[in-house]
Design a protein around this ligand. Structure first.
Ligand SMILES: Cc1cc2nc3c(=O)[nH]c(=O)nc-3n(C[C@H](O)[C@H](O)[C@H](O)COP(=O)(O)O)c2cc1C
Length: 194
């Protein structure tokens, strides 16, 4: 295929006064309890653009120029997804591989992301106690998120403490509500950060 690929869906445009770009990455959002609820909690927040990656690029043919333009327009970037095999759903890896180009995101002349912040907002089936050196998963989440925090640093971005919802299998309605409120407050605070 030559030239820029056509978008399958209407492109996500930056929200008015765009500050925070939430890259939502869930392969089956219609079946999600947690991430769908978290994303819904952001509806109406000024300055926040929620971009559903599986909806935009279901065939994994990520439109690099579109994604780079979205990144350009925001100061803060959030990867929101369920924790899958101690990492992210596959499309986020594809997004990283394609969008963070040498000479744009890193390397000689690669300064596009410098000064922005990056964080993860993730949900885990495992309980908080399981993500400890002595716990079931043997590592803390911060340790397991090292590929993301290190990517941020390579691109000159500031890595922020991740937002985490633990123990999703046992989360009841009150827990979901609490998590959604906490997430909305965290993202709203990010909007106001320089
Ligand atoms: C393919 C797959 C891999 C998963 N890997 C992990 C994992 O490594 N650690 C963990 O705590 N939970 C894991 N889980 C559980 C999910 O993180 C959990 O179901 C999800 O966070 C719930 O969010 P949702 O309701 O938005 O789907 C996995 C689930 C699936 C389907």
């Amino acid at each position: 295929m030559s030239g820029p690929r056509p978008l399958l869906r209407p492109p996500t445009s930056p929200a008015p006064g765009a500050r925070v770009l939430v890259l939502l990455c869930h392969p089956a959002l219609h079946r999600s309890r947690v991430n769908r609820r978290l994303a819904q909690a952001l509806v109406g927040l000024p300055g926040v653009t929620v971009h559903d990656l599986y909806d935009a690029w279901p065939d994994f043919d990520v439109g690099v120029a579109h994604e780079q333009a979205l990144l350009d327009a925001h100061a803060h970037v959030v990867f929101q997804h369920p924790f899958y095999w101690y990492s992210a759903p596959a499309l986020l890896k594809q997004w990283l591989d394609l969008v963070l180009e040498a000479g744009w995101a890193y390397g000689a002349g690669g300064t596009a992301l410098r000064g922005k912040t990056l964080t993860s907002a993730i949900s885990t089936g495992g309980a908080q106690a399981a993500y400890q050196p002595e716990g079931h998963h043997h590592h803390t989440l911060e340790e397991l998120l090292t590929p993301f925090s290190t990517t941020a640093r390579l691109c000159g971005m500031r890595w922020r403490t991740p937002f985490v919802v633990h123990g999703t299998h046992k989360l009841d309605e009150a827990g979901l509500q609490e998590a959604a409120g906490r997430y909305r407050a965290m993202i709203a605070a990010l909007v106001g950060e320089p």
